[in-house]
Design a protein around this ligand. Sequence first.
Ligand SMILES: Nc1ncnc2c1ncn2[C@@H]1O[C@H](COP(=O)(O)OP(=O)(O)OP(=O)(O)O)[C@@H](O)[C@H]1O
Length: 817
Amino acid sequence: MAKKKPKTKQSSTPKFKKPSLTLTNQQKLIFGSLLIIIGFILGTAFLSYFFTGKADQSILNEFSLREAEAENWVKKLGAMLSDIFVYRGFGVAAFIFSGLLIRSGLHVLLDVNHAKLRRYWFWGMYLMIWISVFFGFFGEKHSILGGTVGFETNTYLQDYIGILGVALLLFFGLIVYLATRFKITIHSFIALFKSAKKDISDELKSDSEAFVPFDNSLTDEAEAIKSANKVVKSEKPKPEKPAPSVKETIPEPTPVVEFEPIAPKPVNEVPISTFEVEAPKEEITTETAELKIETVEEELSETDNLSNKLVADFGLFDPTLELGKYQFPPLDLLKKYDNEGISINQEELEGNKNRIVETLNNYKIGIASIKATIGPTVTLYEIVPEAGVRISKIKNLEDDIALSLSALGIRIIAPIPGKGTIGIEVPNKNSTIVSMRSVIASQKFQKTDMQLPIAFGKTISNETFVVDLAKMPHMLMAGATGQGKSVGLNAVLTSLLYKKHPAEVKFVLVDPKKVELTLFNKIERHYLAKLPDEAEAIITDNTKVINTLNSLCIEMDNRYEMLKNALCRNIVEYNTKFKARKLNPNDGHAFLPYIVLVVDEFADLIMTAGKEVETPVARLAQLARAIGIHLIIATQRPSVNVITGIIKANFPARIAFRVTSKIDSRTILDGSGADQLIGRGDMLYTQGNELVRIQCAFVDTPEVERIVDFIGAQKAFPDAHLLPEYVGEEGGTNLDIDISDRDKLFKDAAEVIVTAQQGSASLLQRKLKLGYNRAGRLIDQLEAAGIVGPFEGSKARQVLVPDFIALEQLLENEKNN
Ligand SMILES: Nc1ncnc2c1ncn2[C@@H]1O[C@H](COP(=O)(O)OP(=O)(O)OP(=O)(O)O)[C@@H](O)[C@H]1O
């Protein structure tokens, strides 16, 4: 397939090329206009030949005689050239040649797109030969239209393949031309045919509607038929909602509860209650529609024609091609547990339900109905109270119900949002493990089209819970020690490793505890990002985190600049455009992988670095969503001096594992609940208002080890993904750099910077394939030469030279001084 061609690979690592045309502007003017004039003269001569050719036959041999006069509008030269090109050459198709000359002249004059010109010439010559052979096919009678080339080629071909053979060959030639030049496919023919058919039937329909007789009775009849049809349509049976697993109605006045057996829900089945987490469908549709409109508009432009051509020739740009043979980790690296799947303890269910009803009855609260939904660790009893019962009354009985059920971790949700019921969550005596394997294997995760899907675990209705980190867009995770945070982080990373190619996502891992994330060192060159001068990708030293965070801010600014130049609003649009080859890598564009920053112990960082950490984190959290940088921050200590107001405001997605106090719960979730969890991966998730209780998927260290070993053993990128360098406050430049001491690549570097109009060392690293130190030195030298401005913190340096000509002049002046 085209996208697997090694050719594409070349384009995936574009090198900066010097402009190949070395003509000066004056030379371009002279040469360009010469070509146009020649083309024009030829065109005139050819046209004249069809009127004056016969008369000029005689003077063709008397070219050198001055007195011999030609009737051609371009006189003797015209007569001779048209004899060569039209009569002895290609007939009417010779006009194409003069057209090509004029077009070439314009290209040289205006200095535009030479690659395109080569294509024009190729297809122009092709068409010339085809037209000439086509007219030649009709014999000597029309020899002037096909020229000698057409006639002779025809007779030659007919001797070998006969008339039918030549006709078929011509037809094939035409198909090749139409298919390649106009991208015509068999489908476009079918579509054309279909639309024509539809137009005709529409027309017939509108005609018949236009001829509705002015007979009232008839019209009424038609109306009646129409409305009858409508009724029939609207009476179509609606799809039935799945029945709840346990449902019972308590008849008045004394409620009697009949508990039916509760069937376990198979994994992946449509749940009883669904928590919509994925983005609404319309959002995606609008985005796609906007993209489509954009594409249609841009297709008109020149650049788009070129990119379409490139896509036709090489296929869409494939960022995964550099590691084309990369294999995703197989499912069997993850452990299968024996006690997976829900086992129902009928006695327990019955007992719990009776106790709930009794407790409520003791307080004179009548129940209209009760049903249970069994989850992996808790069972949700949904109660519909009798009319007139105050909800707050039930809410206040939380402790009493907990006492009567003699269970920890009872949570009352009154009312369940979006439902007219009250929920009582009661932990199961024997909880089941939700394995990472089961959630990764689920259809919901496998078939998802989310950008950064995370399979967290299972909801209370045993439904696999998958969310898109790209939509969150940042996540705060808190919980007391030993309640499942590290497992949660591993579940996030594992989900992404199972779904995203190394070229599509990069992790920046911060692990002050030095133990939790070190395993991921093995996939440094596949999935990790780091600062250019760092030996280790995983950051364990708090002081280094500050540099990394600031570097991410620079990366963010660079990406915004790239998006701005590409007229894109977010990373998805940008990458779509880049894949469609609408963005030129020579202009500083590149495929942007998502970057996920994971901080395992944020409290530790804030305690040691305070504002220095808070400011870049808040900045990233505020701005980085559109450009594909996402933050996941975990902490054991959810106190207000760790999770500050500014951090909280920018992390809408929050996860709480069990915490010890209501205050901690409130700090994370803005409400209680996390203090009533039972631990071991029992968690609450919120992305706004609604709280979802989830049993986090369990992934053990040996499983993660097997995954990273599997990935680590495969071919990797030469280095970890390099983030832009960040020179701390102590960093400065020595502006007295001697011209003779300059790097050999100084001029190339200057050209790269001026072309991209972006003064960043990382750009030089990418384009010229340099290490960090050399690129940094080059930037210093460029600053000394006055090509880029001074260091500006997190922003890219300003480029002080507007274009190539100014650069040439600047360097020339330097030499002369
Ligand atoms: N989703 C889960 N399912 C089952 N058991 C779990 C789950 N998550 C955690 N556990 C159990 O809890 C233990 C502690 O989990 P984990 O190491 O993730 O806690 P932690 O919150 O990261 O603790 P610390 O903050 O001290 O690192 C695990 O070893 C495991 O036995």
